[in-house]
Design a protein around this ligand. Structure first.
Ligand code: HEM
Length: 402
């Protein structure tokens, strides 16, 4: 067993040099015997799990904690400095609290319930594309399609009036920006979101409409003043977890298909391939890797390395999703691939709660976009696109024409 392998020179998080590839250091970390140790944020040391089986093992092991309030946690807590007492729901909870809290909302994200949203999502995408096509082009698909689609779907899900979409979308995007944003601006957006959802949840608790928050208001975890605060924390998590991720995957998905015309041709010839193409895009980009950080609550052995109680581990899903031991020819973008094992939504008890919704949105938007605008093409060369490579990876604009 490797006990405390020597500290490597790399620091985590790492940056991409090519939009279609994970950070170049990931291959070396995957080949490192046991789990490598690198320098993490604030100079703290973290282990990095990079092989598919090790990432799955970390994410599925209840001895690893997601509770960022612990002083040893190797990564900061969102919003803590701005609003003491605020704790993102679910994603930072451990057992025994996490299970009941997740079960209270899980039914709202079950496949059957999410399928009911299909006509609404289709209508949202069609409306946004009508507006795009009403112009002469070029159009920016991030601001004209990806972000508003994701925001309007969250309005539908949470029963937020669409007139409030612009404000909550703007504030949420400030919180999830991957490049540096002024700390005062982050604090202001965070406070605005809390005030907004506090008022919304109070109204839902009184009026009990037939929507997600109205139904949750009947649950014992969400009753009384404490329950209302728990509902506010849940709303903030849902918009933070659901808005930017889905918007980024939409934009990167369009980009990847435009840059791989042979794969796009397969898709347009057989729209039945879209769900498989969406899984391949999720695997290929693995954009939501940063939340996959944990702290050991006991000594645990992973991949032959002993991780001692209190030490941190980053589970590199983008490295796992390119592991040749799990995926044949992993750097090839192949929309026909069997992708059941990808880890883009995480794994284990915290696996993405919104995965069915994200899949629905991505299938509908990609299908509809390439069906309605078959001549779609980039209006800016790929190398000049504004990729954001900071605390995460995204593209802030995608100019297209047709
Ligand atoms: C393509 C889009 C998305 C990606 C790639 C993604 C990815 C992820 C990942 C990797 C996790 C695991 C975090 C961890 O283990 O610590 C996660 C958790 C979560 N996601 Fe998503 N997500 C997406 C969209 C959404 C949407 C649309 C929603 C809801 C509106 C959502 C809600 C959540 C929630 C609530 C959790 C926490 C679950 C828990 O801790 O029990 N996500 N997501």
């Amino acid at each position: 067993m490797h006990d405390q392998s020597p500290l490597r020179a790399e620091t985590w998080p790492m940056s991409r040099t090519c939009p279609f590839s994970p950070p170049p250091d990931y291959a070396g970390l995957r080949e490192h015997p046991g789990l490598a140790r690198v320098t993490g944020p604030s100079g703290r040391t973290v282990f990095v799990a990079a092989r598919h089986e090790d990432v799955r093992a970390v994410l599925g092991d209840a001895r690893f904690s997601s509770d960022r309030s612990h002083p040893d946690f190797p990564w900061m807590r969102v919003g803590e400095a701005v609003f003491p007492g605020f704790r993102p729901s679910l994603i930072e909870m451990d057992p025994p609290e996490h299970g009941p809290a997740r079960r209270a909302v899980a039914g709202e994200f079950a496949i059957r319930r999410i399928r009911e949203l299909r006509p609404k999502v289709q209508c949202i995408v069609d409306g946004l594309l009508d507006d795009v096509l009403a112009g002469a082009g070029p159009a920016d698909l991030v601001s004209a399609l990806a972000v508003p689609m994701s925001g309007l779907v969250l309005c539908e899900l949470l029963g937020i009036p669409t007139s409030d979409r612009q404000e909550f979308t703007t504030n949420t995007m400030v919180l999830t920006a991957h490049d540096s944003v002024d700390a005062d601006r982050v604090a202001e957006s965070f406070r605005s979101l809390i005030a907004y959802f506090d008022a919304l949840c109070a109204a839902k608790m009184t009026e009990r409409p037939e929507d997600l928050l109205g139904r949750l208001a009947g649950h014992q975890l969400f009753s009384g003043d404490e329950g209302r605060w728990a509902m506010v924390e849940l709303c903030i998590l849902l918009v933070v977890a659901g808005l930017e991720t889905t918007a980024t995957m939409t934009a990167l998905g369009v980009l990847a298909l435009l840059e791989h015309p042979d794969q796009l041709a397969l898709l347009t010839a057989d729209p039945g391939l879209t769900p498989a193409a969406v899984e391949e895009l999720l695997r290929f980009f693995s954009v939501a890797e940063l939340p996959l950080i944990r702290r050991a609550t006991a000594d645990v052995e992973i991949g032959g390395t002993l991780i001692r109680e209190g030490e941190g581990v980053a589970a590199l899903s983008a490295a796992a999703n390119r592991d040749p031991a799990a995926f044949a020819d992993p750097d090839t973008f192949d929309v026909t691939r069997d992708n059941r094992r990808h880890l883009a939504f995480g794994s284990g008890p915290h696996q993405c709660l919104g995965k069915n919704l994200a899949r629905l949105e991505l299938c509908i938007v990609l299908d509809t976009l390439f069906r309605r605008i078959p001549t779609l093409r980039l209006a800016t060369p790929r190398d000049e696109l504004p990729f954001v490579n900071g605390s995460g990876f995204s593209v802030s604009a995608l100019p297209v024409t047709w």
